[in-house]
Design a protein around this ligand. Sequence first.
Ligand SMILES: [Zn+2]
Length: 592
Amino acid sequence: MPKQNKCTRQSRDAIKKRWKQVEISNETLLLQDNELSDAEPSNIINKSHFDTFWIEGEETRFDSDEITQLLQELQPNVLKQLVENAKRSHAWVEKSRGPVYKGDAQSTLRNKKAYLRKAALGSKKITDMFPTSEVANDDPIFDDIYDSDNENDNEFTLKSLDLLLKKKKDDLRLRTVSQFLHLVQDQGFTKIDASNFLAQSLNKGPWHARLIRSWAIQWLNNGMIISSKCGCHAKIRSLLLNEDLKLQVNEYLRIHKFKLNVADFVKFVEDEVIPALGIEEKTSISYSTARKWLHILGWEYKDHSKNIYFDGHEREDVVADRHRFLEQWAELRKRMATYEGENLNQIILPILPHGVPEIVPVTHDESVFYANDDVVKAWGPADESRLRRKSQGLSIHVSDFLCESIGRLQLSEEDCATNNLLPDGERLVYTEACVTMYPGTNRDGWWTNKDVVKQVKERAIPIFEYTHPGKVALFMFDNSCNHNAFADDALMVSRMNMKDGGKQPLLRNGIMPDGSPHAMTFTDVNGVVKPKGIRRVLEERGLWIPGLKRKCHACTQHDPDPNKLDCCATRILSVQPDFASQKMHIQEVSCD
Ligand SMILES: [Zn+2]
């Protein structure tokens, strides 16, 4: 016997345990039955009792004989009740779904039609807008054939039908309708009987009988019978049925697995397959045909990306932030130039009061390009997945600025030439704002907030000032955590300790409540400059309350009471104007 693994052993134990429970519950079940018959001889079935019966007995080793026996032991009227209940199937269904209203009651349809008529009142018909040409129709139209001088004869009757039938002897429908009308008018058949009789004579059923009646109505109302277009359409044999073609196509697909481009595939079929096989009826296939072929051959256009994307666009705080952004933007937009025309080369400058400079929006973005960057979606066999290389390979990081006025933020060739002639000190060091780097531990390191700040400071701002004299740049950065960083010496309570000194950064000067500068550092007895702690800063501002904690529980949970501004030392200091107005590093650099 093979060695049992853990899973099998556990299952066996579970089964044994279950059997034991079942045996106990059987005993209780029988007990309960006795109780029932003893205590309530004329009994009414107790629902909870049945629940016990079914739930506990469900997986036991009762066979049907045992159940029958048990049932026999019950009171006769209990059995009767059971049988009655079984007949009324709904008695067992507690949550059955009622019939669903489909909205097709006569009155509803009438109301709907009336509503539509009212809505369309006074509007033009669609045929007024599009000229309609008379539809050429092969259907037997009475007017074409039956020439009568007397207009009163121009009725679509049995007589006229028979006249028409003399000219169109082979028309099966006309003949059937004629027979139908003869049966009704001459033989006294009801319409239903006549149509059924005719349908049966053609070995057809009730549906065909109904069809005959509808033909007769068509004839009597319109003098024509609309014929089915079934079988009238051109039959096209798919090229794919050609085995040689299929072979060639499959071979091509195998080679181009996951690199397949529908346009190339169509070109291959046009240039190679069709001429090679000498197919004459077709010279090309459409893109949609190509896609259909791919599906028929079992290929799918599939996503190989493993990325998960969460859409947070409608989150409450995001929506609020978007509103704030749009309001700000609408205000600043008035000070920006607009670009119109097909090539956006008509510049409409804003009309501004004297001394108010024009604003030029400058957008920034970063992107990383990997050596193994690939098409994410590709055509491939339905049952195969593409093996993606685990590593994306070496990468290049590009960070650049764009503006409407000059495109990429850089000096033009002319400007470069002029710049080169300038003496040292006046000459721009960088002529383009774009920075590319090769991220990696043994390469250029990693792109951080400091790099962005450096790029803004050393490249973007000087180049903007060179290319847009007298204008103000509105730098726009996306919400990357890299851009949300603060300067090393920023006034951030979270970076401070309660006590002086220790491992905390040396912060820049703050502002005292009276407006004078407030140093965040002190020099100790040994002449070493050390950072002040939160307590000392608060004491110097006269805000210290004895017994204050560094940070209270609510503040730790990022859920402070908005009305209680002195819950802890951190809170008191962080709402001080100089700390509260601390901007992010990138903002500080851009605004200077
Ligand atoms: Zn607090």
